[in-house]
Design a protein around this ligand. Structure first.
Ligand code: SF4
Ligand code: SF4
Length: 376
């Protein structure tokens, strides 16, 4: 396992993200605890020492399951991260209640890492409103040893990140960002990394495979890459890209099964950053992909906001597959496993999902286009 130094500790460069744990019956709220425990045991045995959960993951059950599963291991053998869900303004009324509950759910008496979760254009006013008292509360917990390191995660543009850093930067020790070779230019990840360098803040990476989108590429792209590195699998290219960025200390991958975990652990046995030439090739491939796809990462933040209860990321995934192939019409057969009441045509364009989408996707327009292409 590759390690990176952060202050006086060594972090495995691969961390286990727990937003996409193995499920029972395909139900996002029902985590397969046994499969999760097996994965965590394997990860621990192979040197992974960082585990990232959050209040909202798996409809509130990620923290509970991770608490149970990690309790089989000595507390000082892993670093645990969780986050304050300030993306929902209502939660600012319950700061203490939520924090205490998080410790209880995770079965710990301190968090090694704690983050302001998902700072965006839409919610920064809440995070920066000192009257809510979140920063003061978290600093107090730090003083009391219940938070070891304070950071934030962001799905915001550079201006918003700068606003956050100008207000709170002196207290911030790390920042979790969506970085991968697709977003390097598309979501200006490069500029965000440079901004953090200005503040001397190390980078934690989320969505390294962009919700799995970078695990498979077009036939031509895969051929081009395998000519450069015949022994490297396609997901590994995303990790090698991130190993090339000097300020990246942590790469979180939301692994859903044992196979993914084993592959990722094997990739992180070696530090093999990309050469200049390889970097050019991967960014050229990204350029070609971006033009055709919606940037959904399957974070599922939108799900609970849809009055029609559409499985938005699933529908966008199907839509993206069609865009990716470049075919104009969409065969209704692609929706054979989706009940008719949950088809894109049921979207009423209320746009409440769009208010919470960190990727800024015009979901209602995509649903309309999907419907039109189905009807053709
Ligand atoms: S715009 Fe469509 S998909 Fe989005 S919340 Fe409204 S009905 Fe659901
Ligand atoms: S549409 Fe946006 S909020 Fe919904 S899952 Fe995709 S990225 Fe997340």
């Amino acid at each position: 396992m590759i390690y990176r130094e952060f202050k006086d500790i060594k972090l495995s460069m691969l961390g286990l993200g727990t937003m996409r744990l193995p499920l029972l019956d395909g139900d996002n709220s029902k985590i397969d605890e046994k499969a999760t425990a097996e994965m965590v045991d394997y990860a621990m045995e192979h040197g992974v020492n960082y585990y990232d959960t959050a209040w909202g993951y798996h409809e509130g059950n990620s923290e509970t399951v991770m608490g149970k599963v990690l309790s089989a291991h000595p507390r000082d053998s892993f670093y645990l991260a969780s986050k304050f869900p300030g993306y929902d303004l209502e939660n600012f009324k319950r700061i203490e209640e939520i924090f205490e509950k998080q410790l209880e759910k995770c079965g710990v008496d301190y968090f090694d890492f704690y983050l302001f979760h998902s700072v965006t254009e839409e919610n920064i006013h809440g995070y920066l409103n000192r009257e809510y008292g979140l920063l003061d509360y978290l600093l107090k917990q730090k003083e009391n040893g219940r938070i070891r390191h304070l950071g934030f995660s962001a799905h915001a543009d550079c201006n918003v990140m700068r606003r956050f850093l100008e207000a709170y930067g002196e207290h911030i020790e790390f920042c979790q960002l969506q970085i991968n070779y697709l977003d390097w230019t598309y979501q200006k990840a490069k500029e965000k990394v440079e901004l953090l360098e200005e503040y001397d803040i190390p980078v934690w990476v989320m969505e390294p495979l962009r919700g799995g989108k970078l695990a498979e590429l077009s036939v031509e792209a895969e051929k081009e890459l395998s000519e450069l590195r015949p022994d490297e699998n396609i997901p590994a290219w995303a990790f090698r890209f991130l190993q090339t960025i000097p300020n990246v200390k942590m790469i979180l991958s939301g692994m859903s099964n044992f196979t993914q975990l084993k592959e990722n652990v094997a990739t992180f046995e070696e530090d093999k950053p990309l050469s200049e030439e390889e970097l050019k090739v991967i960014l050229k491939i990204a350029d070609g992909m971006m033009g055709r796809m919606l940037p959904c990462t399957a974070c599922r933040y939108c799900i609970t906001h849809c009055p029609k209860e559409l499985d938005i990321p699933r529908l966008l995934g199907i839509y993206n597959n069609n865009q990716f192939s470049g075919v104009g019409n969409i065969q209704p057969a692609v929706l054979k496993n989706v009940e008719k009441e949950k088809w894109p045509s049921k979207c009423i364009a209320c746009r409440s999902c769009e208010k919470v989408c960190p990727q800024g996707i015009k979901i209602s327009e995509a649903m309309a286009d999907f419907t039109e292409k189905l009807e053709k």
